[in-house]
Each structure stands twice: as structure tokens, then as C-alpha cells.
Write a protein that binds this ligand. Structure first.
Ligand code: F6R
Length: 617
């Protein structure tokens, strides 16, 4: 999704803005631009494609010394197209007809068509197909009519419908940046420095410069100057903001020895899970301690949990249903974040709505959580991005502790969120059962998990061999049953995201009801066939695939010689407790997808059309 960075202070703004946009690249984008305010000059540059194209353009700008010193206010934007194609004209910033006001924007102006007609009638000339451009014409129009910059900005914001973040600069008042947040689609964080100020759509964009951050909430407008910032509501009410100190390990945001972030993030999963568990289980007794999420509300457990999530986080939630129902015996309904609010769900005040989102900013998941809030349920979340919106609107949160995930495609946050749900399931059971029950022994099982994961991560040759054999296939099928069915879905999603091979995940028993028609000798079928309660059933699916000439790639338990006789290739994993097996079986899926993408020459860390943080509906 779009990224925004802004700067005002004594330094040259270009480097800070471009550096910040680079930190936000992981969110995904298709074009980029900057606006810089100098001494009586508003300079904008835009380019489609990667940031390097924009940088090339900026290098060819002829700065004279006075300019270079003067451009100490700037803002930049990476765009992920929603309204209008990927063209330079549609890239942000957009500038008013008189060349004095510039805007960058994240989100959607839902009433853009009406506003455009109104502006056209007053003589406005549009140079892009975007919804964003109406904003800059409105602000400039109000200023021409006599309003000062801030009043014109407020008057404009009041007219915008939809969820969005907006940042404005004006040559008429070249000592300030105005930023506004409306709804949930675009975050705005203000970074406080000494004699300089920063702003961004996400914390990583400015964290290199300051850890002192203030978050804008819905309907808030910040006026940012060198010496500080002040916030009002769009209606003009005073707002006092608290400043949060953000802890962050910049080192872990670098690629280190790895070729891609996705590869690095797959390989650091054992560590991520160690961090996720650390301090949360007393392994001597099996007691689980979740400080930031007290499962008891007034002494009562929720009678039902609705889990809302999207994409990979949804598949994590599907695993979580097995965990929470299996361990805590509380019914769970798993919902697509994008669907929940459109079916009048039967959520009650005795229920909990659990949002699972690594970014904490996914608009659909946030909307589902808001629906739960409206219906009186308690709101919980599992997030990786501390300080994100999902955390801030929750009554209780479990942090994934996976560390920054830069690859667009989720890997370590998937596993961390499964483990967090395992912890939650044990905590719920323990809150209800007191000092006895199976949950204590189950929590102790977690102590083995990181070393079991390391065993899967240490095996190297098979994945590259598989990629070399199957990289030219057009379709893949992934089959699993029970708690490993969501892992089949995740295997298919990972493969299509990073290698652009069409893949479908299916519950294995359903294969005979349709997908079996697709199977021929060109069709690889990945079967999760570990030694668990459904092992025999999975073997019979393997036979059905083989009988039709399909190529079986099995994920199987170490030492299983039977499967080796039936499958074409086997990816072995160690014996694991059945409820924790998805954390182990997911790793071969990730590694297979990664190797396939590398072999096919794909952009592993920034797959086409994808965004790390999907802040629009
Ligand atoms: C898949 C992927 C996406 C996200 C989805 C939800 O690799 O990254 O499917 O899982 O967009 O994102 P979060 O977890 O940030 O809500």
C-alpha cells in the first residue's frame, strides 16, 4: 500500500524522505514521487516503477547551492494504484493549478466523482485520473477565496468521505506540513526530533531518526513545524497527544547474509518462536502467562470467539480454531476480515472478537474488529507491529514478537501467530480449569518446538532439487486434512504469491469431488502426510493421485519408509505433537515456494501487485 514520509528541519529533506520511502518499500508500490519546498519554489518529481527511477530523476535536477540548502521541507510517497493506472501523471504528489499547494495521499476519497464534477464546473483542470487530485484543487480553491492554509486544509478534510491519510505542503506557508488521518485506511505517525520533525505512514519510515512517536487518530489534523507539532480535530477541537517511545532493533531489519528477506525470515523462524514463547510459559509447571491479554473479563471466559483475519493470517486463524476448540473447548468461528461485517454476524457481548494481523493495519480486519466492538464483544488482537491500529483498538493483545518482517509475503509472522493462539488456548483453559487439566502438559510441549523447527531448517538440498524439477509447471495442487488443511491453503498461497504459479489448496477428502479432474502427469500434488490421526486417509489420497499419473510431493514424518515407496519426492519433518504439527509442516511449504520463485527469477521480496500492509478495503 502507499507509503508516506515527510520532513521539516535543518537537513536537506530529499535524503531523509527517499531514505524513509526505502524503509517502506516492503509495503509494495508501483510508482513514487517527492515534493520539496525551497525558497519560493515548490519542486516535484515523480516516476513509475522502483524508487531508483525517482532517484535518477532527482540526480538530474540542477540544484544550486541556495536551493540545496533551502529544500529542508519535503514529503514523499510510494503509490499502489487504486484509482487510475500506473503512470507518472497518476503518481503523487499532485500539485494545484497555481503550483502553490501539493498533496500526497493514502486511501480512497469515496466521493471523488462528485467533488470532481463540482471542481470542473468551477474551472479546475485535472491532470490525473486519481481521486487524490480533488484534494489539492479544493485546498487551493479555498486559499484563493481568502482562507489561510490551515483553514483551507480543515475545510477540505471536512468534505472528504472514505478512509485516508493526507499530507499537504504550501508555498504560501513554507514553514509547516499539514497531515490528517480520516478513518483507518492510512496511518499517520509524527516523529519528534531535536529542532526537526518527521512524519510517516508507518513507523519504520522514520525510526532511523527518532523513536519518539505520536499517532494521529481518526479525524485528527497535525500541523508540524521545526519546533514541534500541534493537533486538532477536523472540526477544530484541541487534542493533546501522548508521545510513545518505540523499541526497535534496526539490525534485524537488514538482510545480513541472506539473498532475500523472505529467505532470512524463513530461517529466523526458530528464533522468532523462541522469542514468542519466552517468559510466557513456566516450563516447570506448564502455566501460561499472557500479561497483555487477560482472558478473564469480570471472571468470565468468552462463550465464543470470532476470529477475523485476511490472507495468511486467515489460515493461521483456521489452525487456531483447532487449537482453541481442542484445548480450551470454546467454540471458534473463523471469518474473512473482508466478509464479517457484511452478514450481520451473531456477535454478542459475551463473545470475543480476535483480530489476527501481522501489520495491525489491514483495513478489512480492523473493520471486522470495529463490528465486534459495536456489538459489545471484547476485542483481542494478535499483532506483530507494536503500536499499530489493531493493537490500539484492542482490549488485549498478544504480540507476535517475530521482529520486523520485510518480505511482502508473510512467513515468520504466520508461525508466530499460530504459536500465540496455542498460548491463548492454553491460557483460556487454565483460566477456566485452575491448576489441573491437559493444557499444562500441552504448554510444556512448546519447549521442544524451536529445536524441531531447526531440524526442518537445517535440511537443504531437497527444495532446490524440487524447484529444478518442477519450476516449469503451470499448476500445483496442495492437499491436507484436519489441522494441516490450512497449511495446504498456505502452501498454495505462498507458491502463487512469489512464483506466480497457479496453485490450489484443498481438504484432501474433497479432491474426489472435483479437483481430481485436473490431475495428469503434468500436475504436481503436494500432500501433507505426516503420521497423525488422518495418516491412513492421506495415504489413500496419494494412491488416487498416483493412479491418475500425478506427481506426488509428500511432507512426511522422519523414518516413514512406506510413503517413500508411494510418493515421487518426500520432504521429511520430525515427529511433533499433532497440535503443533502445522508449525513444522508449514516450513517445507515456505521453502518450496521460495526456491521455486528464485528459480523462476521472480521478485521474491516484492511480488507484483502485492502490498505488505493492505490499508484499503
Ligand atoms: C501472504 C500475505 C497476505 C497477508 C494479508 C493480511 O503472504 O502476506 O495474505 O497475510 O494481507 O495481512 P496482515 O496479517 O498484515 O493483516
Amino acid at each position: 500500500m502507499c507509503g508516506i514520509v515527510g520532513y521539516i528541519g535543518p537537513q536537506h529533506a530529499t535524503d531523509i524522505v527517499i531514505g524513509g520511502l526505502r524503509k517502506l518499500e516492503y509495503r509494495g508500490y508501483d510508482s513514487a514521487g517527492v515534493a520539496l519546498l525551497g525558497v519560493d519554489r515548490l519542486l516535484t518529481e515523480r516516476a513509475t516503477g522502483k524508487l531508483v527511477n525517482l532517484e535518477r530523476k532527482l540526480h538530474s535536477v540542477e540544484w544550486d547551492d541556495a536551493d540545496a540548502r533551502g529544500y529542508s521541507i519535503g514529503m514523499g510517497h510510494t503509490r499502489w494504484a487504486t484509482h487510475g493506472g500506473v503512470t507518472e501523471a497518476n503518481a503523487h504528489p499532485h500539485v494545484s493549478m497555481n503550483g502553490r499547494v501539493a498533496v500526497v495521499h493514502n486511501g480512497i476519497v469515496e466521493n471523488a466523482i462528485d467533488l470532481r464534477h463540482e471542481l470542473l464546473a468551477t474551472g479546475a483542470v485535472f491532470t490525473s485520473e486519481t481521486d487524490t487530485e480533488v484534494i489539492v484543487h479544493l485546498v487551493a480553491g479555498y486559499m484563493t477565496a481568502g482562507m489561510l492554509f490551515e483553514r483551507a486544509a480543515h475545510a477540505t478534510f471536512a468534505r472528504l468521505r472514505g478512509s485516508q491519510a493526507i499530507v499537504l505542503l504550501s508555498l504560501d506557508e513554507p514553514d509547516k506540513i499539514i497531515a490528517c488521518r480520516i478513518g483507518n485506511a492510512g496511518g499517520v505517525v509524527v516523529g519528534i526530533g531535536a529542532g526537526e520533525m518527521f512524519l510517516a505512514s508507518d513507523i519504520p519510515g522514520i525510526l532511523e531518526h527518532t523513536r519518539r512517536i505520536a499517532f494521529l487518530e481518526n479525524q485528527e489534523v497535525a500541523v508540524i513545524q521545526r519546533s514541534g507539532f500541534r493537533v486538532r480535530t477536523i472540526n477544530g477541537g484541541e487534542v493533546s497527544k501522548t508521545v510513545t517511545n518505540i523499541p526497535y532493533d534496526m539490525v534485524s531489519a537488514e538482510k545480513g547474509e541472506y539473498r532475500h528477506f523472505m529467505q532470512k525470515e524463513i530461517f529466523e523462524q526458530a528464533r522468532a518462536i523462541t522469542d514468542t514463547i519466552r517468559g510466557r510459559v513456566d516450563f516447570a509447571t506448564g502455566r501460561v502467562m499472557l500479561d497483555a491479554l487477560n482472558p478473564l473479563n469480570g471472571g468470565l471466559l468468552p462463550s465464543k470467539i470470532f476470529t477475523a483475519a485476511c490472507g495468511t493470517s486467515l489460515y493461521s486463524a483456521m489452525v487456531g480454531k483447532f487449537l482453541i476448540e481442542g484445548i480450551a473447548r470454546i467454540p471458534v468461528e473463523v471469518e474473512h476480515g473482508s466478509e464479517l461485517r457484511y452478514r450481520d454476524p451473531l456477535i454478542q457481548s459475551t463473545h470475543a472478537v480476535l483480530g489476527i494481523t501481522q501489520s495491525g493495519e489491514t483495513a478489512d480486519t480492523l473493520a471486522a474488529m470495529a463490528e465486534g466492538r459495536e456489538k459489545g464483544a471484547r476485542i483481542w488482537s494478535i499483532v506483530n507491529n507494536i503500536g499499530s491500529q489493531a493493537q490500539r483498538v484492542s482490549d488485549g493483545t498478544i504480540a507476535m514478537r517475530a521482529g520486523p518482517e520485510i518480505g511482502v509475503c508473510s512467513t515468520k509472522t504466520f508461525l508466530a501467530s499460530i504459536v500465540d493462539q496455542y498460548l491463548l488456548a492454553c491460557a483460556l483453559a487454565q483460566a477456566r480449569d485452575g491448576h489441573s487439566g491437559a493444557s499444562f502438559a500441552l504448554a510444556q510441549q512448546l519447549s521442544h518446538l524451536p529445536s524441531l523447527m531447526s531440524q526442518v531448517l537445517d535440511k537443504n538440498s531437497i527444495y532446490a532439487e524440487l524447484a529444478s524439477e518442477f519450476h516449469d509447471r503451470e499448476h500445483f495442487l496442495f492437499l491436507g486434512r484436519g489441522i494441516n488443511y490450512p497449511i495446504a491453503l498456505e502452501g498454495a498461497l505462498k507458491l502463487k504469491e512469489v512464483s506466480y504459479i497457479h496453485a490450489e489448496g484443498y481438504p484432501a477428502g474433497e479432491m474426489k469431488h472435483g479437483p481430481i479432474a485436473l490431475i495428469d502427469e503434468r500436475m504436481p500434488v503436494v500432500c501433507i502426510c505426516i503420521k497423525d490421526a488422518v495418516y491412513e486417509k492421506m495415504l489413500s489420497q496419494v494412491e488416487q493421485v498416483k493412479a491418475r499419473g500425478g506427481k506426488v510431493i509428500a511432507v512426511a514424518t522422519e523414518g516413514d519408509t512406506e510413503i517413500a515407496k508411494r510418493a515421487d519426492r518426500v520432504m521429511y519433518v520430525p515427529v511433533t505433537h499433532p497440535l503443533l504439527s502445522p508449525v513444522i509442516t508449514a516450513i517445507p511449504m515456505q521453502r518450496l515456494a521460495y526456491e521455486m520463485a528464485v528459480r523462476r527469477g521472480c521478485d521474491v521480496d516484492q511480488p507484483r501487485n502485492l502490498a505488505k500492509s493492505v490499508t484499503v478495503e
